[in-house]
Design a protein around this ligand. Structure first.
Ligand code: IMP
Length: 199
């Protein structure tokens, strides 16, 4: 059993593959021989994730899923949200995005935020969604070097370290992406159990 994961972000692939285990082999876009940068033009994570999954399904004809994630900051009215990747510009530069976030938050005491992931799955011709949320707070400066994106300024609720100070196993105890991936796995185990031999 193989699924294409519509991404080339190795961090996302590692996080999702560790949730799914080795019963399902995930192929990235480059492993599937697909070389495109799929636009994310919509206003919701759901619409962008679905667009990515549909694009890849049309190109490959293979069951596939995509995910879209946003960082929603309470005192910024949910921004950067669906625009998280391009918050500081189209070059999708993590450091610039963090710089902009910290400067926008400079005068705010409320630093509550949450990551939200939406997975869109195309499975046997039908479309499904799974989501995952991780609440936390935004620090005043970056800490740690692991991970990607906003990891170095985000401390999940119940933790003392930023995601960037955690290894993947630790991040997965809190991760929005992991929660969404767990729902995807349950779906595949329950609905597709006749096609998959899970232990
Ligand atoms: P994407 O559009 O789903 O690739 O994600 C939007 C942006 O959110 C990414 O470019 C990252 O900056 C950020 N992001 C997504 N997931 C995470 C995460 O798990 N940790 C930190 N930042 C993330």
């Amino acid at each position: 059993m193989e699924l294409i994961f519509a991404t080339n972000n190795r961090h996302k692939v590692e996080e999702i593959q560790s949730a799914i285990g080795d019963k399902i082999k995930i192929r990235t876009l480059s492993e599937a021989g697909i070389d495109i940068d799929i636009p994310e033009p919509y206003d919701t994570l759901e619409a962008n994730a679905l667009q990515k999954a549909r694009t890849i399904f049309q190109l490959s004809g293979i069951d596939c899923f995509s995910e879209d994630t946003g960082l929603e900051v309470e005192s910024l009215n949910g921004q950067p949200g669906v625009k998280s990747a391009r918050y500081a510009g189209n070059e999708k530069d993590f450091e610039k995005n963090i710089g902009k976030l910290l400067s926008e938050l400079a005068n705010h005491d409320n630093r509550n935020a949450r990551f939200r992931t939406v997975i869109s799955l195309i499975w046997s011709g039908k479309e499904y969604f799974f989501d995952g949320v991780c609440t936390g707070t935004i620090l005043h400066g970056a800490r740690g070097t692991n991970g990607f994106g906003y990891d170095s300024v985000f401390v999940p609720t119940g933790a003392e370290n930023t995601f960037a100070e955690m290894d993947m196993k630790q991040k997965n105890q809190y991760s929005h992406r992991r929660k969404a991936a767990d729902k995807l796995v349950s779906f595949l185990q329950n609905v597709a159990s006749t096609r998959l031999k899970f232990e």
